[in-house]
Design a protein around this ligand. Structure first.
Ligand code: FES
Length: 158
């Protein structure tokens, strides 16, 4: 691991944010990595923000991988105020935030945090009020599954 990254991880570990169990959480996600033995649990509490269901706060517990703790610390701050969908749209490297690019052997540490987040915010666990009925056809559906007798679209090569 390069020295700069080690320093950034140590800085995050010097004052980790949102570490510890949360009582009254709306959702909990737990994931583990069988190869290194690390486990990470993430708690999420939502709030209503002008009609939007957003993440009020999140906390985590870890077995002790420093990189996972540093990423979880940053990620739990990053997702505050975001909807579940917005948080789920974040990429692994975005969750690692200011730590910057992780070396290949440490990418799985950030992926563990991402996995815990996905576990906590899995759609079946999140109360989402769809804008349209779930089975309503989308514009893409109408192109990809034309009704019988409907117009057939053929895309031309350039
Ligand atoms: Fe496995 Fe960090 S070494 S999660």
């Amino acid at each position: 691991m390069n020295e700069d990254l080690q320093k950034r991880i140590q800085a995050a570990l010097a004052n980790p944010q949102n570490m510890g169990e949360m009582t009254g959480a709306d959702s909990i996600g737990t994931v583990g990595n069988a190869d290194c033995g690390e486990m990470l649990r993430l708690w999420v509490k939502f709030k209503n923000d002008n009609g939007r269901k957003v993440i009020d706060r999140a906390s985590f517990q870890s077995f002790g991988c420093e990189t996972a703790i540093a990423v979880a610390s940053l990620a739990t701050e990053l997702i505050r105020g975001k909807t579940a969908e917005e948080a789920l749209a974040l990429k692994t490297e975005e969750l690692a935030g200011e730590l910057g690019p992780l070396p290949p052997m440490k990418i799985h540490c950030a992926q563990l945090v991402e996995g815990a987040l996905r576990s906590a915010l899995a759609p079946e666990k999140v109360e989402v009020k769809p804008v349209a009925p779930v089975n309503a056809p989308t514009l893409l559906d109408s192109f990809s599954k034309p009704k019988e007798g409907g117009v057939k679209l053929t895309f031309l090569d350039d």
